[in-house]
Design a protein around this ligand. Sequence first.
Ligand SMILES: NC(=O)c1ccc[n+]([C@@H]2O[C@H](COP(=O)([O-])OP(=O)(O)OC[C@H]3O[C@@H](n4cnc5c(N)ncnc54)[C@H](O)[C@@H]3O)[C@@H](O)[C@H]2O)c1
Length: 266
Amino acid sequence: MPDHSNTVAIVTGAGHGIGRAIALRLAQEGAAVCIMDINGQQAEETADLLREAGHEVIFKVADITDFAAVKRAVGETETEWGPVGLLVNNAGFTDAGDIDGIALEEWHREVDVNLNGPYHCLRAILPGMKAQGRGVVVNISSVNGVRFFGNPAYSAAKAGIINLTQSVASEYGKHGIRCNAVLPGSVRTENASWEIRIRKDPDVFRKLARWYPLGRVAEPEDVAKAVSFLASDEASYITGVSLPVDGGLLAGMNVMIDEFILEAKD
Ligand SMILES: NC(=O)c1ccc[n+]([C@@H]2O[C@H](COP(=O)([O-])OP(=O)(O)OC[C@H]3O[C@@H](n4cnc5c(N)ncnc54)[C@H](O)[C@@H]3O)[C@@H](O)[C@H]2O)c1
């Protein structure tokens, strides 16, 4: 099991869904976890969960698109606990929309939260890591960052995160800092965009499963396990990579093969 003891970790968007699972796993593996979330009530719920399980936790309410708020939250965490050793850039969201249908403000907000927000967190945390000569960053991108599965603003921002991951890995490797990205496929969370789809079709996750070679969508813990590995010394020579955690979705066109190619052989 990866060991994260003596690590101060900031997990953005840990008030809910995947971020909550990541915070819980890192705490179980010894990290002191700071939850940074725009939603104070959800952040507090995650903090209570961790505290009740006997883990060290604090939470900071901050919108990651607000650099001053991010800097303040990071500064307070460092004052309370010392240098941040691990940043998990997880906060993100999407509203569906196509290229000419999406309102301009919505496009800007999606890019702001999904790309500029993680950059703000890096900007606030990297100087401290550099001073320590060590640190790890895990960015949560998406399979949407490498293929188009809908939601163009979100997808463009998630593609940007993959390149940003490579920039940080390249520029900060000499300072003992590693930076990797995780690319989840569909993950069973109750985020706003899944809620809308679930309302339309309560069976959506079961129907989606056929697109995944492993026959199911991901649970938040599947992503948390990958984050924990990349954050740990087990991955000490891994930096700049984008790891799909997608049950094989990007490996091939499963449904196309089943429906058209293999069928043609009959
Ligand atoms: N659920 C999926 O299917 C899926 C698939 C691929 C990638 N992802 C990515 O995983 C991450 C987490 O997704 P989720 O499904 O757990 O979402 P979620 O909506 O369940 O949780 C996201 C959390 O981020 C917080 N947040 C949102 N905007 C914020 C902001 N501006 N500043 C600070 N906090 C903010 C929310 O309050 C919430 O607590 C996102 O980056 C998402 O793009 C999710």
